[in-house]
Write a protein that binds this ligand. Sequence first.
Ligand code: ZN
Length: 457
Amino acid sequence: MRLLLLSTLSYMAMVITAHSAPKNVILLIGDGMGEAEISLARNYEFDGGDGLFIDTMDFRGSAVVNALLDSDPSKLAFVGDSASGGTVLATGQRTAVRRVSTTAKFGVPIVTIAEQAKEKGFSVGIVTTAEITDATPASFGAHSNNRYCLKAGDRACNGDTPIFEQYFDTDYDVFLGGGQRHLPGKYGDGTIEQAVKDNGYTLIQTTNDLSQGILSISDKDAKLWGAFSEEHFPREWQGYQGKYAEKMAIDDNNMAIFPPARNCEANPKYAGKPSLQAMAERALNELDAKNDANDKGFFLMIEGASIDKSSHDADPCGVIGELLSFDRTVEMAVEYAKNNENTIVIVTADHGGATQNIHHPYYERYKRISQNVPGLFKMLLTKGGNEMLAYYGGNNITKQTNPGDLTDQISPGGLEDQPHTGINVPVYAYGLDDDNKLSGTIKQTEIYGVMAKHLFD
Ligand SMILES: [Zn+2]
């Protein structure tokens, strides 16, 4: 009798466990992470060999990226931005550049997977190395017709509710990133601490704060807001002596003068900032602790933002350092998924960047040039002692350094320098069924459905 009772109880326990294991989605977005950016990092750090964690993920797809024209959404734009790309990943629907989860032309809000998850009782976390209001995180936490409508008073708002104010209404559990300067209290009355607290969040601002205890263990309703940088995070790496790619110098005989190949350096401005991996780990710990009380699960978006920002600046060492940091974060997320059933990890990009890895002109005849060599060059010395030439030739628009002089009302951050590209972006996944739809060549819009099916079906 007792034996029977015990076995019945343990059977019941098994059944309950099987039905109640939380379902989790971890979406990692390498902003501007096309194959060229990945190759540059692989070549620099591993001389083209093994070492990148994403290369060990045997589940691979390639996503076709398209956006819509805002003036006529029946027409395509073959190159998107972080707003249109973020919207596709968050909603499964295409829109125009600069739009944050609203429809092209008409500006109708499109429901996001993060909102749906919250609505259905899941926990939600957002982690980025950009300002927390930047287009990628905003696509999951706000709806705005202009990605630059960040805070009250921004001209780009044009009557819309600023992205920051919308965040405070989401009830999402974790926001970790940069952008202290946009926090209420920073630019208006009061203090940052008070503004965040008034909206139900605990504020953390240092690497030390980040490594302290997990709030959700003792308080399942705890909400965490991390603001670790005034603006976007500084990049982990920089070029030799802090320099980006540069115009090629030519001598009196019209011969190209290549500077000697150099290693990348640690960026001193990055010192003391938390890594993407450290932020992602804290977010996972908080959401995991909530899963103990909430049998639903969580949706967590983690963005490596400055792969893209480095390409915009023609900063190949920035690209490499940020990509390696993102790669370590992917490994950590997959490790979590291996130890927690019903967890899927999807890794992709919103769009490609302008980075190229071009032919090294070994031969004398390739060095004789006419004039005005187009583009920007950086000769890198890889870890294994090989030379690699990074190149940016997208355009020569001058980056605006003084936003106060802005004549373009749309972008307060200055005009973009090197452009995005319209190439396919990679998709990697862990934990999906074999019959899911993300392998081979897919449309970027299909990723949303796979995540929604896992969480909500
Ligand atoms: Zn960009």
